[in-house]
Design a protein around this ligand. Structure first.
Ligand SMILES: NC(=O)c1ccc[n+]([C@@H]2O[C@H](COP(=O)([O-])OP(=O)(O)OC[C@H]3O[C@@H](n4cnc5c(N)ncnc54)[C@H](O)[C@@H]3O)[C@@H](O)[C@H]2O)c1
Length: 319
């Protein structure tokens, strides 16, 4: 049996945001209901960036993502985040496919945030604030426009050129350049920067706002002032990963936020074990560290589509 080799172009052609949203939502449900397995990701921290090994098993698929985060890469013409994925047959271990995981990472990150917004943001949310207009910003927008009728998308970045590129990529959508404060004042706010200091201020966040805190996904990273978390409904993707490497990792290590204050996990909310938003005035925060079940669920969708399409390059890894 051949092992499929799926390069960036093929994966990109096969990615469909609506399917990705459905796949990640189901993956969280499967996991919390005991049909998935996922050890916390392990990190190798280097001087210029870090690497993560992210294995997971879901019904019908098992695999691993090997992903790097190097924030200085854009100045070398390379993406900050790059990934490769391997998926195997759960019954035999046979390697089914090796595929580019960079776009899968961006799609599943946007999709997971939009799913969190679906359960945690106010129903009539009309404005989206994007803080950090790099690679992940594009899929935050693509996923949110699938689930919300957005009238305003306010983008802020330290780099004006990045905001201009983002606006150009969404002709026909209400994407506009914004101040940091105005973006943070949107109904739904997505923070997608590699920041290591809390620059989003509590005073800018109005009652009822939902924040997807995406950027902090390794020890020492944080984007929100810890006071944003105090009193907010804080939902995490994974308790252990969030404690050690999510938005809450620095406040927890400094004693400014306690794990007891975490309301629950996204899986608990999706599966109905805990209610999502109950109060229109509550500030809600989804602390996204990125979990391997998201990647494996999407890789499985891509593999099935590639298999049926045929004509993909392959190699015989096992004679
Ligand atoms: N939670 C997850 O699942 C997940 C997944 C992928 C990436 N990430 C994280 O998201 C972050 C962004 O990733 P990316 O691929 O978009 O990177 P990127 O380098 O493509 O974009 C980051 C953008 O943030 C901007 N920026 C930096 N500091 C800023 C600040 N203080 N205020 C406003 N803008 C600022 C940069 O100018 C750049 O345009 C990284 O930290 C990455 O590790 C998280």
């Amino acid at each position: 049996m051949p092992t499929l080799l799926l390069n960036k172009n093929t994966v990109k052609e096969l990615l469909d945001m609506s399917e990705v949203i459905e796949a990640v939502e189901q993956a969280f449900r499967d996991w919390v209901e005991g049909r998935g397995r996922m050890p916390p990701k392990s990190y190798i921290l280097l001087e210029k960036g870090d690497f993560r090994a992210m294995p997971a098993a879901l019904p019908g698929a098992v695999g691993i993502k090997w992903v790097s985060v190097h924030p200085q890469n854009p100045s070398r013409g390379l993406p900050t985040v790059m990934a490769t994925l391997v998926i195997n047959d759960p019954d035999t271990g046979y390697p089914l496919a090796i595929m580019d995981g960079t776009d899968i990472t961006a799609y599943r990150t946007g999709a997971t945030a939009a799913v969190a917004s679906r359960y945690l943001a106010r129903k009539g949310s009309r404005s989206l604030g994007i803080i950090g207009a790099g690679r992940q910003a594009y899929t935050q927008i693509e996923a949110h426009v699938k689930l919300f009728d957005l009238r305003e998308i306010r983008a802020f970045d330290l780099s004006k050129a990045s905001v201009e590129r983002l606006i150009k990529a969404f002709p026909g959508y209400p994407v506009e350049e914004s101040s940091l404060e105005k973006a943070a004042g949107s109904d739904i706010v997505c923070t997608v920067t590699p920041a290591r200091w809390p620059f989003v201020k509590r005073e800018w966040i109005a009652p009822g706002v939902h924040i997807n805190a995406i950027g902090a996904d390794a020890p020492g990273k944080e984007e929100l002032e810890p006071s944003v978390l105090n009193g907010a409904v804080v939902v995490v993707d994974d308790l252990e990963q969030s404690r050690t490497s999510g938005e809450i990792n620095v406040p927890v290590s400094k004693g400014l936020f306690s794990m007891k204050e975490v309301y629950g996990t996204l899986g608990e909310i999706i599966s109905g074990r805990k209610p999502g938003r109950r109060d229109d005035k509550a500030i809600t925060v989804f602390d996204s560290t990125g979990v391997a079940i998201e990647d494996i669920a999407v890789a499985q969708v891509i593999y099935e589509k590639a298999k049926h399409r045929g004509g993909c390059p392959s190699m015989n890894l096992i004679e």
